[in-house]
Write a new protein. Structure first.
Length: 333
């Protein structure tokens, strides 16, 4: 009887195990299986797919922007590399220029030392030749005294000077003389007929300034063919009578190319001597310099024109008697 009870107990336990496993499987199936409204589940899945698709699109956009930024970064790196190379080349050039400047500076310093040495030797030689008490009497540039505070130009504006080549040469020499005087107290420009370049300044000094010099040159080219005479005597009379004042240092520069006066050379010289009180350069009121332009050609082996000889003699004597310099130009070029 005891053996039968033991067998019944074992059978009942196995049955409970089977029943438990069955219930567990049913619960697991309920957990795994889809429950609820099928429509809601589909909407949730659709929304989830839309979100995934949106994130994928954003990922593609980010990747595209990353490619563009990488290209831009590469381009900037290339530009930076070029700039670095340019800076290196400029530094090399700057170093070369600095080296050249140092060489030039050293050369100039040596030349200055040599010039000072030469000047010292010349000064000692001059003292030996003329004595220590010698003083230069005139301030000369190219043989022309430039010790005047006031200057007057007497310009030949006749037809013979109207040709382009002649006028340009006259203008060039006019500017050269003007540049000798960086600053004067007063100046004036008169033609050989005694007429003024600037009518409003008749018998008055023109105040010197860079702006006024520009205005003079601006008017100068429109002054051609404004006079009848080529000979300078009438313009010289006007200049001396109209502008001489005691204690004023005045120089007159005449530009002309022909002798077409009704007077003789001796008569003109005597008239100006009396007017300027000049006696071989002494006691003169003003200096008179004369620049002769080459209207007459002096050719080798050919006898000069008598009128050309008179013209040259007139300018030479006027300059000599009135403390000035005569410059004869032999070419328009």
């Amino acid at each position: 009887m005891k053996r039968q009870r033991r067998e019944l107990q074992e059978a009942s336990i196995s049955f409970l195990d089977v029943i438990s496993c069955g219930f567990g499987a049913i619960v697991l199936l309920l957990v795994i299986a889809k429950v609820g409204d099928p429509g809601a589940l589909e909407e949730a899945e659709e929304a989830l797919r839309g979100t995934v698709k949106e994130f994928q699109q954003q990922l593609f956009d980010v990747r595209g922007e990353s490619v563009v930024l990488n290209d831009q970064l590469k381009s900037r790196k290339e530009q930076l590399s070029e700039l670095i190379e340019r800076v290196a080349r400029l530094k090399a050039k700057l170093a070369s220029v600095d080296k050249q400047a140092a060489t030039i500076s050293l050369s100039q310093a040596r030349e200055t030392e040599q010039l000072q040495l030469v000047m010292q030797i010349l000064t000692e030689e001059m003292k030996r030749l003329v004595g220590p008490e010698f003083k230069q009497q005139n301030n000369l540039i190219g043989g022309i005294p430039v010790d005047s505070d006031y200057i007057i130009f007497v310009i030949d504006t006749s037809g013979s000077m109207s040709e382009e080549l002649s006028w340009e040469r006259l203008k060039k020499e006019f500017i050269n003389i003007l540049d000798i005087y960086p600053k004067v107290k007063g100046l004036q420009i008169i033609n050989t007929d005694g007429e003024y370049l600037i009518d409003a300044t008749e018998k008055e000094w023109i105040s010197d300034s860079p702006k006024m010099r520009q205005e003079i040159l601006k008017r100068f080219d429109n002054w051609k063919r404004s006079s009848i005479m080529s000979s300078p005597e009438k313009g010289l009379y006007t200049a001396i009578k109209g502008f001489y004042r005691p204690n004023l240092k005045i120089s007159i520069y005449s530009f002309s190319d022909d002798f077409d006066s009704g007077q003789s050379v001796a008569g003109i010289i005597k008239t100006i001597d009396n007017l300027n009180r000049a006696h071989l350069g002494a006691d003169r009121l003003v200096r008179i310099h004369n620049i002769g332009l080459p209207y007459w050609n002096f050719k080798k082996g050919v006898t000069p024109n008598p009128r050309a000889i008179k013209f040259a003699n007139l300018l030479r004597e006027l300059s000599y008697n009135n403390g000035g310099t005569f410059i004869g130009l032999n070419s328009l070029n």
